[in-house]
Design a binder for this molecule. Structure first.
Ligand code: PHE
Length: 356
């Protein structure tokens, strides 16, 4: 083996042994650098004759090229190794299930409300919505609850600035203000056509008022069965001959459809509301299931008070009817077997997703 072959072999060995790019650059300097082996050999040409220079020079160049080829091959191999290592490190399992956007669904209270609306629509009731910020007039006074009336203290609520019919100033404590709002609109439609003045109480003929008004209501109240914000549904049926008998049949029909069972009892328990006379709480009792045998209060109700009929713009000598106000949250709790009302409003997805 001549000296050049030995140098090329040594260079290949040094390159192979280099483990990092820095090692490789050091090895390169040893052979191809300014004072490397090949440069030294070139310098040695100076002492040779012209002919010798030619052959020796050509041989040195060939060796140099061989070393460069080896160097580049090693560089490429290092780069390849690095790339594969990186790919291995960043490996991604495309067979893993992707992250999906969960499917949303209706809140249990909304589900209950939709169910209530559907049932009452099927009995010919209109569904109306009213404002949550109400005026004193609609929330209390028009409902026969004047300013100093003790019943107001049970309806402690949140007040804001203002306070007149046109400047509502309190969060409504029940959905009953919708009795007045809806009836007044309804009566207005027929009064002018019938030639009644604004001051007369309407005693002409008009279609019956038959409406429910579901929505949010507010009171200063908070425990396992009371929340400062809760939901009620108001019911109102006024006509020329609407009695407690109609209330009983409508409510029984509603409640058995809502709970999908005929196996329950309904009872009217005497009560008091300023805007109904007589008044009653409606209790129900399941005959089967975990709540079997207990009376559960689900609604306030009563025959609409003559003064309220008057405040609707109607003549109480001619018009009569009933109203009820039921807690939607309470109905939802009973239907879904939820024992703490607060669960409905905590927004915990683990609880809510059970209703989808
Ligand atoms: N508004 C009453 C309440 O919230 C319920 C009710 C409505 C009672 C209609 C009678 C008639 O307690």
């Amino acid at each position: 083996m001549n000296d050049l072959t030995v140098i090329v072999e040594n260079a290949k060995l040094a390159f192979a042994q280099a483990l990092t790019p820095a090692d490789l650059e050091n090895a390169k300097a040893q052979f191809l650098g300014k004072s490397g082996h090949m440069t030294e050999l070139m310098k040695g040409l100076a002492q040779l004759s012209v002919d010798e220079k030619k052959t020796r020079g050509a041989a040195i160049n060939l060796s140099k090229q061989a070393i460069e080829v080896a160097l580049n091959a090693r560089r490429q191999a290092m780069a390849d190794d690095e790339l594969s290592a990186q790919l291995r490190a960043d490996a991604l399992d495309v067979t893993l299930p992707g992250r999906q956007r969960g499917q949303g669904g209706l809140h249990p209270v909304s589900l209950a409300q939709e169910r209530i609306e559907e049932i009452f629509r099927s009995m010919g009731f209109d569904v109306a919505e009213g404002p949550e910020i109400e005026s004193d007039w609609f929330n209390f006074t028009a409902l026969n609850t004047p300013e100093d009336h003790p019943a107001r203290s049970m309806h402690d609520t949140f007040y804001v600035e203002g306070g007149s019919i046109t400047a509502p100033n309190l969060l409504r404590t029940h959905t009953s203000p919708m009795q007045i709002r809806y009836a007044v609109q309804h009566v207005k439609k027929y009064r002018t056509a019938a030639g009644h003045s604004r001051d007369d109480l309407f005693s002409g003929s008009m279609p019956e008022i038959r409406v429910i008004a579901p929505g949010r209501t507010y009171r200063v109240d908070s425990d396992a069965t009371h929340s400062p914000m809760f939901h009620q549904v108001e019911g109102l049926w006024v006509g020329e001959n609407i009695s407690f008998k109609d209330l009983k049949s409508v409510y029984l029909n509603f409640i058995t459809t809502f709970f999908e069972t005929d196996d329950l009892k309904l009872r009217f328990r005497p009560s008091y509301f300023p805007f109904t006379e007589p008044s009653a709480e409606i209790d129900i009792m399941f005959q089967t299931g975990p709540l079997n045998g207990r009376w559960l209060e689900v609604s306030g109700s009563g025959q609409v008070h003559p003064q309220v009929i008057r405040n609707m713009g109607l003549d109480p000598e001619r018009y009569i009817g009933f109203a009820f106000g039921s807690g939607i949250d309470r109905l939802a709790m009973l239907r879904y077997g939820v024992s703490d009302l607060r669960l409905f409003f905590d927004g915990d997805i683990r609880f809510l997703s059970q209703f989808q």
